[in-house]
Design a protein around this ligand. Sequence first.
Ligand SMILES: NC(=O)c1ccc[n+]([C@@H]2O[C@H](COP(=O)([O-])OP(=O)(O)OC[C@H]3O[C@@H](n4cnc5c(N)ncnc54)[C@H](O)[C@@H]3O)[C@@H](O)[C@H]2O)c1
Length: 380
Amino acid sequence: MSKVRLGIIGLGQQGGAYAQFIKEGRVSEMEIGAICDIDPKKRMGAEKEYPGTPFYDNYLEMLESGDIDAIVTCVPHYDHTNMGIEALKRDIHVLLEKPAGVYTKQVREINDFAVTKPELTYAIMFNQRTNQLYQKVKEVIDNGEIGGIRRTNWIITTWWRPQGYYDAGSWRATWDGEGGGVLVNQAPHQIDLMQWICGMPEKVYTKAQYGYQRNIPVEDDVTALFDYGNGATGVFITCTHDVIGTDRLEIHGDKGKIVVNDSKTINIKRLNTPENEMSDKMSMGDVMNLFQGDGPDSIYEEEVLEFESVWGGQHVAVLENFAANILHNTPLIAPGRDGIHGVALANAIHLSSWLNKEVSLPIDEDLFLEELNKRRSQER
Ligand SMILES: NC(=O)c1ccc[n+]([C@@H]2O[C@H](COP(=O)([O-])OP(=O)(O)OC[C@H]3O[C@@H](n4cnc5c(N)ncnc54)[C@H](O)[C@@H]3O)[C@@H](O)[C@H]2O)c1
């Protein structure tokens, strides 16, 4: 095999973008093997845009066709895991769209099944993991350059969506179609990065608002408090109604601090002396001198790094990496099994809000499903 023949399931916004990237030759070791969509209008569009490409309205038929080596699941969230399992059963490689699923029980099912197929590639579209900015933040944390984490804080409210966005797709922002709101659609990237870089909290307490500024039954505004179990705490804020949004990640450690603004700039301040040592050594007189003398700037070295990121480049990088893993065994940037962590965290954030109390991770998965299904059936 010199090129991976990708079967795109769902020719909507995201599947359509991937089809274009491949058509434009931006994914060197991949071609479109086939397209599948249940919407007949998509068939007409595909015949015009991708002439000669086999089109299916049933993904199982596409899996059986022999036209494809791999799939990507650009469909509503509940379907990601089933489609992935069916593909793996037929020895077809799988790239899950984010989120891996709506609840951890279904994600565990595909993770367990994928273990029985080690020869197949199982990955997830966590495109932000290819962003050099977040790779750098992770490297600084992993190398202990700012010491143990004391506090994390991510305000990610640049996900503004007008009412028309929600009204345009019947599955969007519903419990039954999507499984939630901003936590399962827009913020999974940051939820994954938060745990990828800073680790999983042990406890979560949430204040979430449902249909606060949009006419939707799911959450459009979330504030979650994390307890990492070692004294460190975190705050995660996200919403879809701040038209002038904020994207600011701040990680405070024993030996310094990292601030990321607008996913473009990293500001790293490395303390010359760890804070605890400063506390042990310095008198209040020293502190007064510090603030009157060279100023607090003298206690750290500052590094400022700027990054450029063009929309689509990260998705192409994941597609390239997925193909390279299939063809050359190149290590995966985002292995499929990693998808469960973000789902577990999102589930904990939801459950805490539903129960109006702090929840411990791992959460009671049966209780989560019961509460989710209650909301799904009320909606129906
Ligand atoms: N990685 C990213 O940056 C990113 C960005 C946006 C969306 N997404 C994800 O992509 C997925 C799709 O989102 P979207 O915005 O493209 O949605 P969309 O509504 O624009 O497209 C979904 C498409 O799937 C089709 N579909 C639904 N059920 C199907 C089935 N059973 N078989 C075949 N086709 C089916 C629909 O007809 C539609 O064309 C979601 O999981 C979403 O979270 C990822």
